[in-house]
Write a protein that binds this ligand. Structure first.
Ligand code: PMP
Length: 281
């Protein structure tokens, strides 16, 4: 597998960065994951735009332009022969003597790699996933896509220990989002998902799915919802770049609807995949 490290395409064994890199020492870095379908990048522009925003919120310069970034993504997809899978991108503030203050002389570091992954024929999409709710103990700037992912990782482990597949995190009585996805419920014919803010990540898939839902004349409400509301919803689902739309079939042991993937989630998954295939670059 060929990786990209600071300007060079290198074999995986040679893809190395400094122990002084602030991504490693302080989680001082941001990332993006772009899915690949039929060898094409899905929603590249959305990911590039969010990346710029994450960087600017952290006063971190970008080592590449949008066009260079696109070229690197495409080059890696080609070199690694990715038909279906993902491209992972990470930018960190770079290597410097360890100090809490941002260094003035560090050059930002950039790393990309690819992963082949079955995205469309996903067993989890067919069967739906089981969710448990857990407290949201992350920091307060979840709108910035940083590599600080330890709490989501702990929450995922706790969900698995409880016999579920994933967790929805809860703050002040309301669901924020999933460990690595945005959370939705369906009440009657209305899709409900939390409004954007510093409490959640503005999912690129969320943006596309809400647009497709509105175009299909579905009703969408962007507001916070409680765990109780979710447990008694008609349907629930999650979205992310690599899982698209994934139905949720139980929350805290309560079956959602009849305990099988609901029609709204199934339809949105179909539309999302079809439209993404058409729009991939
Ligand atoms: N929320 C969180 C916390 C995430 O980690 C992700 C996945 N990166 C998402 C939402 C979904 O974002 P996207 O649709 O851009 O993958």
């Amino acid at each position: 597998r060929i990786c990209y490290v600071n300007g060079d395409y290198v074999a995986e064994e040679d893809a190395k960065i400094s122990v002084f890199d602030r991504g490693f020492l302080f989680a001082d870095g941001v990332y993006e994951v772009t899915s690949v379908l039929g060898g094409k990048l899905i929603d590249f522009d959305g990911h590039a735009t969010r990346l710029s925003r994450s960087l600017s919120e952290l006063a971190m310069p970008s080592p590449v332009t949008r066009d260079e970034l696109l070229d690197i993504h495409r080059e890696l997809v080609t070199r690694n022969g990715i038909e279906e899978g993902l491209v992972y991108l990470q930018i960190t503030r770079g290597a410097a003597d360890r100090d809490f203050a941002y260094p003035t002389d560090a050059a930002p570091g950039i790393v990309l790699f690819t992963q082949t992954k079955t995205l469309i024929e996903s067993p989890a999409a067919r069967a739906g996933i089981r969710i448990v709710s857990l407290p949201d103990a992350r920091w307060g700037r979840r709108d910035i896509k940083t590599v600080q992912l330890l709490y989501p990782s702990m929450a995922k482990m706790e969900a698995k220990a409880q016999g579920a597949d994933d967790a929805w995190m809860v703050e002040d009585g309301h669901v924020t989002e999933g460990t690595s996805n945005n959370a939705y419920i369906v009440k009657g014919s209305t899709i409900v998902t939390r409004q954007l803010g510093t409490e959640i990540l503005a999912g690129i898939t969320r943006n596309a799915v809400l647009r497709f839902a509105r175009e299909a004349q579905m009703k969408v409400e962007e507001r916070a919802f409680t765990v109780e509301e979710a447990e008694s919803a008609d349907e629930a689902f999650v979205t992310s770049a690599t899982t698209f739309v994934q139905p949720v079939v139980s929350i805290n042991g309560s079956e959602i609807g009849d305990g099988t993937p609901g029609p709204v989630a199934r339809r949105l998954r179909e539309i999302y995949i079809e439209e993404s295939r058409k729009a991939g670059i």
